[in-house]
Design a protein around this ligand. Sequence first.
Ligand SMILES: NC(=O)c1ccc[n+]([C@@H]2O[C@H](COP(=O)([O-])OP(=O)(O)OC[C@H]3O[C@@H](n4cnc5c(N)ncnc54)[C@H](O)[C@@H]3O)[C@@H](O)[C@H]2O)c1
Ligand SMILES: [Fe+2]
Length: 434
Amino acid sequence: MALSPYFTPSPDGDHAFTVEAPKIKFGHGSLGEVGGDAKALGVTRAALFCDPKIAELPAAETVQAGLKAAGVDVALYTDMEIEPTDRSFKAAADFARDGGFDGYISLGGGSTMDTAKAANLYASYPDDFLAYVNAPIGAAKPVPGPLAPHIACPTTFGTASECTGIAIFDLLEMEAKTGIANARLRPSLGVLDPGVLESLPAPVIAANGFDVFSHAFESLTARPYSQRPRPEDPTRRPLSQGANPYSDLACKEAIRLVGDHLVRAVNDPQPEDYEALMFAGMLAGIGFGNAGCHVPHAMSYAVAGLVKDYIPEGWATNAPMVPHGISVIVNAPAVFRFIGAACPERHLLGAKAMGADVSGVAPEEAGAALAERIVDMMRQTGMPNGLQGVGYDESDIDDLVAKSAPQRRLLDNAPQAIHEAELRTLFRDAMRYW
Ligand SMILES: NC(=O)c1ccc[n+]([C@@H]2O[C@H](COP(=O)([O-])OP(=O)(O)OC[C@H]3O[C@@H](n4cnc5c(N)ncnc54)[C@H](O)[C@@H]3O)[C@@H](O)[C@H]2O)c1
Ligand SMILES: [Fe+2]
C-alpha cells in the first residue's frame, strides 16, 4: 500500500476501508445558532438534556433562548446521572416517551449526550431495555429505523459522543460498563463551541485530554484494516475496522494538539488551549469512529465498573466512580510498554507528538519511551498513580481480568493478540507508576 507500509495487504485481510464522517459545526459562538439548526431539521418541540450543573451555565441560557427565538417549544430535562446507568437511561426514556418531542438537544458531556441518544432511541422504538444493548450482555438488536433529530453540543472535549453512534452506561446489576452501538444513534449535528470549556474544572480537563489522546493513539496503533479478516458480507464491515489512512490523518493531528496544549490547559489555561483541545477531541472522535480503540479502553470498562470507594475531585457527584478518561489512562502506560514492539514506529511517533525527546530511542524501546512521557504528563496534571491511585490492589486483578476479557470487540482490534494471560500482566503493571 503506497500510503503506509502499516497497511501492507495480507491474503485473508480486508482490501477496503470505509469512511464515516459526522456532521459538525465548530467555532466560537456556534451555540447561539442551535435554535436555527433545530428549526432547519424540522424540530418543533425539543427536549433539552443538561445535567444540573450545566443547566446553570450561560450556555444553557444561550441554547434555550435560541430555541425559543426560532419558535421551537422546549422542555428541559436535568434528572440524569453523571456516568449514566441503566436506571438513568430508563428514566430519561420515560420522560422522552411522555413528552411528545420531535427533536432532542443535548448540552453537556458524554453523560448527557449519551443519555439523550438512549432517550431518543427508546422513545422512538420502545423495547426491552436490553434489546438494543451490545451482545453478549444484550441482544444487540439493530435500531429499526431513523431516530428523531438530535443536536449534540458537547461541553467537554473527550468523548466525541457528538461524532459517534455509541451510548455508554453502567449496567448496575452486573457492575459492568456497556453500551448501545448503532450508526442510527449518531447525532444529526454536533455543535462545538470552544468557549464552553472555560468553566471545566482542571481534573475534568485532564481526564478528557487523556481520553482524547487514548482515542487517537489506540486508533493509530489498532490492527491495520488490511490484517482484519475480510467480512463475508462487504456491507457489514465492523465499526472497529482497524487503523486506516483516513483515521491516521485525524489521529496524528489530535495527538500533536494534546501534546502541545494539555499540561498548560490543566495548570494555566489560555483561550487557545480550549480551541485546540476541542478540535483535538473532534479529530480523535473521527479517528476512533473509523478505526476503533483497543486495550486501554477494554481494560477501562472493568476499572470503572468495579469501582470501590474512589470519589474523584472536580466531578459533580458524591458517589464512588472512576471517570472515564481516568479509567483509561491508568492502564495506558502498561499497555504501551507491552505492545510497543508490535508497531514501534507508531509508538515513537506518538511519543514525539506528545513532547518526548525520541532522538536515540531504539525501536524496541519505543513503547517504554511513550509510557514514560505519559507518566510524566499524568504527574504534571494530577492524575492518580495507576490502579492503586483509584483504589485497587493486587487482590483485584482476577476480577479486573474477568471483567475485561469479554471485551473482544476492543481486544481484537489490538495490534497483537490479547487474552486473559496478557490482561493479567497488564493489570499488574498498571498498579503503580511512580
Ligand atoms: N458515546 C461515546 O462515544 C462515548 C465515548 C467515550 C466516553 N463516553 C462516556 O461519556 C461519559 C463521560 O463524559 P465526559 O467525560 O464528557 O463528562 P460528563 O458528562 O460525565 O461530565 C463530567 C463532569 O463535568 C461537568 N461539566 C461538563 N461540562 C462542563 C463545563 N463546560 N463546565 C463545568 N462543568 C462541566 C459535569 O457536570 C460533570 O460533573 C462516560 O459515561 C463515558 O463512558 C461516551
Ligand atoms: Fe474514551
